[in-house]
Design a protein. Structure first.
Length: 1169
């Protein structure tokens, strides 16, 4: 349903919190290499265990894939699956083509080397899936000499294959080297022995390069070595010149203490190589500076700033060149310069610690830096990328999807809910989103690249929301912007708003040294330097006070070029840093990354206000090593990252900040609620069998009495003031208390409370797996299905007419008390009541067998559910999770969060007799235990005073379960339209069955009035019939009947289930009207009524029931309507359910707040139906 008028609005809620993903980390015990596809997305290569045989080492590539939840996909590339990979090399041409070389164990102590043709990697994953048939072996490898390393030279021209050098282990244990022809056009002997430079004694490093000798370009290698005299030498040796049958060489002056080399093609000088040398400092030779023995290197970084370099790498794009260097302490430094410039290198700054392997690059499309790296303390791969404009660095670990494992990570989770002018959720509407900087964000379940220039379109989900999960390692975050045709103006979502508000409040409250986390432990570890604590608090206050000077949309504040210079002239020294006139202006992102990477280090710093135009900005100075670097804080993210670093100076880490300023799931309280709901559902279904068995006469008598009074009830309803769902909804919204509004807002947009609906919609729950059950109750199921089918056949005509009438009322927007009474009055309504009677009687006959089967083989069936099973095991240590346990957990999360928001305590505590019984639900106090059998004509309900606590817990769970059921019904409809069958359908059917059962367990009537209680109980019993039918559908989905028992075929069951929804929908409307009439008559009488009742309260309940059961009726129609009409009907039914839940939540939260008052003597029960 398209929305184009500018009448929509958006509500934004964000929290810094932990989130979860069904993923497993990728590690790398072998070298890394990187490239990029034609869309600018990175490619990562390495070696790891083969999926088919974990004992085999295979070459793989990881590439972006927006169709998987982790955003990455791994493809194995090895040319021979039966032998191990020994080494590989990758090179990418400026044109984007990639060539790969790989060495395989030949099974005889030597190697086979293969090369790929020139490949053009596209965003769709081509050509990786067909590479295994395109490899070409390079013949001529020396026998019995395994390859230890492959080196590929620059791929300058598509017409000339890059030069490949293979390092092999000679039979005497020494290292030999060969030039290998990397062309795929010939298969002749491709190996030529590499002749080392003359007088070489000790080789330090060798790189493949291209050099000019006497004006002629040659391919060959630069060697850094010590000669026989111990002199450090740097010599180029060419390939054998076929015209002279000799090699050519060129020597230049080796930088003192040189240890490692890197060659990089000069795209402005015919592809000749520039040469980078690391050792005691870092230096380089431009391609134009490699001429003769007198040629000397240009310094990039002195040994005082960067010493003991053990490896150096350089990459470039069209604008800049970046150099990365690792020192002897395994610290990674980076610096950059303009392509072609010989001066002007940025200050070398640390980027990572404990570096083991790395694969850096310059992104050709975005003109910025990227880096894949592993650490010495673990082999997990981290991916870092830098925004080209703000220079901010972000990072994430490399993960792949899995059903068995999960990952917990800190994140900003942002929920944006879009609604129309009436407050209804805008479902399935396209919105565009972008970010204030280049970011990798999970948007409604899938990782997506967002930046300032490209708006990515995404559709709102079934809740009308778009959820963004931004994985972080500090409190810095980009700001997001949403636009849509139905929005009058763009909506800005700043994920840090809540955190900043919390921090501002804390700073005003007390000293940092007194701050404590929710568990009572201090935020600042004991023993911290008091002076440092005071300085950090002052700096935090300074940054927070200046936030309003920074653009709210996350962009950079304008900076007058003269502003920092003017400040330096007026105040050139600080007590901490001394003279800062020579402070190096450095990219903010590089400085912040350097500070972040040096965990545990304490730095001297100063934050100084400067005036830029009419705005006061802050300039940050910090001493790193022997150099003072500076930048002006121009974005909210830079300020936030400085805040993170300030906390880091006090050993306050991201997990501490989440606990103190963010959101934490109260897992102990949530698990208490989860166990209570699970126990309650099982006990309620078992009690159902005991209640119905032997109660046939009582049920028949009650229904006959109700049918006899039906005409007078309709007359009474028509004599009352008319009530429409639109009126009730508008009045409820207008009169909502702050507590009621906060409860509804929390359920709709709170990142914590919406966690469950997010997992249902985007967490991959449909991929759950389970085993098939035994089939001991087939006869009971067959009898029950036959009974239901016969009853539905008898009333099919009446039901169809009533359903069509309800559909007409909903289409006309005339869903009111009088309109519905006029529709159901007469014989058609009585026929429906008779059908409901027969349905309940039919259930009585088989209820014991069905209940046991559905509990054991549907509700308590173990499932492996992405994220949820792993999370449950992490929280409880339990290996197995049933679907009932899973949905009880997902229901408990929002229920506990909202209840604690309203009362400050956990919901299950109110059901416990004492703190020692906190984890135990007192099943003996459940209301269905008040009477051993159905006593529909009793003078008292006999309900325990604890029934109100049950009604709050169960009623809240029922509302959430009802909404989840609607989500699953939508999913079932989509599967039906798409004609999808198999495990996914069985999982969805199981989810529907469990949510229906939970709804039944949570809505046992608790009314004080016996006659009202009896009406509610019958409605509850009819709902139980639907729960049993849904359970049968789920049961037989896992174990289909064999033989010719066609009445249990899946399609027959689905039609029966859909038809039953029609009876329940119309019957629910009839009983809701009857209940409302009885409630109004009681309110008009002289006898006192319980606080649970009142004109507004009971009218809100009627409005919710009219919406809910009209929606159920439409669900029946949708089950028999072909596409595309099916989708339209089911969407309307879903929106009716959303409206009903909103009305019920208002009543539920009102009852919760009412009972919270310590002066309350009579508790208020919540009557869900």
């Amino acid at each position: 349903m398209s929305q184009t008028t500018q009448t929509g609005s958006a509500t934004v809620s964000s929290s810094l919190m932990y989130n979860y993903l069904a993923a497993t980390s990728v590690d790398a015990a072998y070298p890394l290499a990187s490239a990029e596809d034609t869309g600018g997305s990175p490619l990562l290569f390495s070696v790891g265990a083969s999926s088919a045989n974990t004992a085999r080492k295979t070459l793989w590539v990881m590439l972006r894939d927006t169709t998987v939840t982790t955003g990455w996909r791994q493809v194995e590339l090895s040319p021979d699956a039966n032998h191990d990979v020994q080494g590989y090399a990758v090179v990418q041409a400026p044109s984007g083509q990639v060539i790969i070389a790989v060495a395989m164990d030949d099974g005889a102590g030597g190697s086979r080397v293969f090369v790929s043709p020139a490949l053009t990697p596209t965003p769709d994953g081509g050509p990786w899936s067909t590479l295994n048939t395109a490899w070409v072996q390079r013949n001529g490898a020396p026998a019995g000499m395994p390859v230890q390393r492959l080196l590929l030279g620059d791929f300058v021209s598509a017409s000339e294959a890059p030069l490949l050098v293979a390092e092999v282990k000679n039979t005497n244990g020494s290292t030999g080297r060969y030039f290998v022809d990397a062309s795929t056009s010939t298969t002749n002997s491709a190996w030529v022995n590499w002749a080392p430079p003359k007088d070489m004694q000790t080789l330090h490093d060798v790189v493949v390069a291209r050099a000019s000798i006497t004006g002629i370009s040659y391919r060959g290698t630069w060697s850094l070595f010590d000669d026989n005299t111990g002199k450090r030498c740097l010599t180029f040796t060419s390939l054998l010149d076929p015209s002279t049958n000799t090699t050519h060489s060129l020597s230049v002056t080796a930088p003192s203490g040189g240890r490692c080399l890197w060659a990089l093609e000069d795209r402005q000088n015919q592809g000749l190589s520039a040469l980078y040398v690391g050792g005691d400092g870092l230096s380089w030779f431009p391609s134009t500076g490699l001429k003769n023995a007198k040629s000397t290197a240009l310094a990039i970084a002195s040994s005082a700033v960067l010493s003991g370099v053990t490896s150096v790498l350089a990459q470039q794009d069209s604008q800049r060149v970046s150099v990365w260097a690792v020192d002897g302490s395994q610290r990674l430094f980076s610096l950059n310069n303009t392509v072609g410039a010989t001066e002007g290198w940025s200050a070398p700054l640390q980027q990572r610690e404990h570096v083991a392997r790395l694969a850096p690059r310059r992104n050709q499309k975005r003109s910025t830096g990227e880096l894949f790296v592993t650490s010495t303390d673990n082999s997990l791969i981290t991916y870092l990328w830098q925004d080209p404009d703000t220079t901010a660095w972000q990072n994430t670990d490399m993960v792949l999807p899995t059903l068995a494992n999960g990952q917990e990570f800190p994140s900003y989770t942002t929920v944006v809910r879009f609604t129309d002018a009436q407050g209804a959720a805008l479902v399935g509407q396209p919105v565009q989103v972008n970010a204030s900087e280049w970011s990798r964000v999970m948007v409604n379940g899938y990782w997506t690249d967002l930046d300032t220039s490209t708006r990515v379109e995404v559709k709102t989900d079934a809740s009308g929301t778009v959820t963004l999960i931004n994985k972080v390692s500090d409190v810095g975050t980009p700001v997001f912007r949403f636009s849509a045709p139905f929005l009058e103006q763009d909506v800005t979502a700043d994920p840090s708003a809540e955190l900043r508000a919390n921090l501002a409040a804390k700073l005003k409250g007390q000293d940092l040294s007194q701050w404590t986390k929710p568990d009572g432990t201090p935020v600042v570890p004991p023993g911290a330097d008091p002076d440092m604590v005071a300085q950090v608090q002052a700096s935090l206050q300074q940054l927070m006070d200046n936030m309003d000077s920074l653009p709210a949309d996350g962009t950079s504040a304008p900076l007058e070029p003269a502003a920092p210079t003017a400040m330096a002239k007026t105040q050139t020294s600080f007590a901490v840093l001394g003279n800062v006139t020579n402070a190096i202006e450095t990219a903010a992102g590089d400085v912040l990354q350097a500070l972040k990477s040096a965990a545990g280090a304490v730095y001297e710093y100063v934050i100084q206000p400067i005036l830029s135009g009419t705005k006061t900005l802050l300039q940050f100075f910090v001493k790193i090593g022997e150099q003072v670097v500076t930048f002006v804080v121009r974005t909210i993210k830079e300020a936030l990252q400085l805040i993170s670093w300030l906390f880091q100076q006090l050993a306050v880490l991201i997990e501490d900040i989440i606990a103190f300023l963010g959101f934490l799931f109260a897992w102990d309280d949530i698990l208490d609620t989860q166990r209570a709901l699970e126990a309650m559902t099982k006990d309620a279904l078992l009690a159902l069998a005991g209640k119905l068995k032997g109660s046939e006469a009582t049920i028949t008598s009650f229904f006959d009495s109700l049918i006899g009074q039906f005409d007078s009830l309709c007359d009474s309803a028509l004599g009352m003031q008319d009530v429409s769902t639109q009126q009730v909804t508008a009045q409820t919204q207008a009169s909502a208390t702050p507590e009621q509004q906060s409860a509804l807002d929390c359920l709709n947009t709170s990142p914590g409370a919406t966690f469950s609906t997010y997992q249902m919609s985007h967490g991959g729950i449909g991929q759950s797996t389970s085993d098939a059950p035994d089939n001991p109750v087939m006869e009971a199921i067959s009898d029950f299905v036959q009974t239901v089918e016969d009853i539905l056949s008898d009333v099919a005509v009446s039901v169809k007419e009533l359903l069509q009438g309800i559909q007409t009322l909903t289409q006309q927007g005339n869903l009111s008390l009088h309109a519905l009474v006029k529709l159901i009055a007469g014989e058609a309504g009585k026929a429906l009541l008779s059908a409901m009677r027969d349905l309940v009687l039919g259930l009585c006959e088989v209820v014991e067998d069905l209940t046991q089967a559905i509990i054991q083989d549907v509700l308590l069936r173990p499932f492996n559910i992405p994220v949820i099973s792993w999370l449950y095991k992490k929280l409880t240590g339990e290996e197995q999770l049933t679907m009932l346990g899973a949905l009880s957990l997902l229901t408990a999360i929002p229920l506990t969060i909202v209840y604690k928001l309203l009362t400050g305590e956990a919901p299950v505590a109110s059901l416990a007799e004492a703190p020692s019984q906190r984890n135990t639900l007192q099943l003996a106090r459940m209301p269905w235990r008040a009477q051993p059998t159905l006593e529909l004509a009793a003078k008292t309900t006999g309900l325990d005073p604890k029934r109100c606590a049950y009604s709050i817990l169960g009623g809240g769970a029922a509302e959430i379960s009802s909404f989840l059921y609607s989500l699953f019904l939508e999913a079932s409809a989509i599967l039906s339209v798409a004609k999808i069958e198999g495990p996914l359908v069985k999982v969805v059917n199981t989810l529907q069955a469990v949510t229906t059962a939970t709804g039944v367990a949570g809505t046992f009537p608790t009314d004080d009035s016996p006659i009202q209680w009896a009406v509610d109980l019958i409605l509850w019993s009819v709902s139980a019939v639907e729960a049993m039918t849904s359970g049968c559908v789920a049961y037989l989905g896992w174990r289909p009947p064999s033989g010719a028992n066609t009445k249990l075929a899946a399609e027959v069951l689905e039609k029966v289930d859909a038809g039953l929804l029609g009876v329940i929908g119309v019957g629910g409307l009839i009983l809701s009207v009857a209940s409302y009439v009885l409630e109004m008559l009681a309110l008009a009488g002289d006898d006192p009524v319980a606080p649970s009742h009142g004109f507004m309260t009971d009218t809100e309940k009627l409005g919710a029931n009219l919406l809910r059961y009209s929606g159920t009726s439409l669900e029946c129609l949708g089950g028999f309507t072909p596409s595309p009409g099916k989708e339209e009907i089911l969407f309307t039914a879903f929106m009716f359910e959303v409206g009903a839940v909103a009305l019920d939540v208002a009543r539920w939260s009102g009852a919760v707040v009412y009972n919270r008052d310590e002066d309350t003597t009579d508790e208020k029960c919540f009557h869900p139906r």
